[in-house]
Design a protein around this ligand. Sequence first.
Ligand SMILES: [Zn+2]
Length: 408
Amino acid sequence: MIKKTSRLVLVFCLLLTVLSPSLVQAKTGLTVLGSSAQVDFPSRLIFNMSAESDVNITDIRLCYTVDRVSFAHVTSEVYIEFVSNTTVDVSWTLEMVRIGGLPPGSSMEYWWIVEDIKGENIETTPTQLQFDDTSYLWRSLTEGKVAIYWYEGEKSFAQELMTAAQGALAKLADDTGAELERPAKLYIYANSQDLREAMIYPQEWTGGVAFTRYGIIAIGIAPNILSWGKRAIAHELTHLVIHQMTLNPYNDLPIWLDEGLAMYTEGVLTQEYTACLDRAIAENSLISVRSLSSPFSAYTMESLLSYAQSYSLVEFLITNYGQDKMLELLLTFKQGSSYDAALEEVYGFDMDELDALWRDYVSDQYQSTGRTAAEMYPILIGAVTAPTIDFPLMFGLSIESWVWRRGW
Ligand SMILES: [Zn+2]
């Protein structure tokens, strides 16, 4: 309740905040009297501007550029509808549902272009605007290129997460040669409910999201689920690094590689995944590498197996062919290569041949455990059904939305 009240107060205060760009005047007397923007996170941004002239003002445009990685410099221009007059007071709202939302901590620049009937026009100086989630009092911790923002838990909690983040980056560099190119901001919400409230299109199960083009990650981690949190950070941070590194306008990475690297950086495969693999091998129901190149099934059991296989495929490639080849593969994908062509070029085999080689590898590895499908089944069912309450937390990462990462 206290949190709700403070949230309202903070939102109200923010609505009063005026972010003024330098006010500009043209020779004719055309003047921008005031300009401001209000942040109503995560739903909207409201822009206001007033201007006057000795003749009628006839044209007003709002321009903005969102700070994110893209293949071309994109400026959005909005023609404002208003009644022509010598004094004007306009407002325009950017509804986040229209653009798919912006992550916490993202920023943009905006400016106005105003023209009067004489054809005189003025352009205001671009103003930086930060789209912060003001529902919470964020604290921050920075180390190297990583900044962690959190609001619940002691500094030691954030420090542990930072250690996990730095450890994940070191492991990823060691395994693949991939490194963070641009700074990363990690927003740690206190639970998945708070995280969902920060989303425009929250999925029931959202546990963590990497907004790779913004260099921003948002995850719900309560201080009492620290071990899950560390894995989640390693996972999402890997997506960020790999996407920064391989971004190109032509082709995405195959999903098994993207998710497999994220899983591999988390550390050793946990029991629910190994049980899945064990069972699929025993029942001869492994999914083909070609199928794993497209978004995974939404069904939990199949999704678990997809992640487990992706981990194993990456483990197979790194263990047998080394870091250099993995780095080469990622750099080949950066050129926009097709999946088969990239594998052929780097390893000398395509997806089907990889499938065959990997099946031999994983079958040897798992059948050496000597467990049968019947023996593994109770472990698997136990792992999947036991944590009813924590289901979204445990499997939040297993059923991620690719929409956030891939489309942005
Ligand atoms: Zn993932």
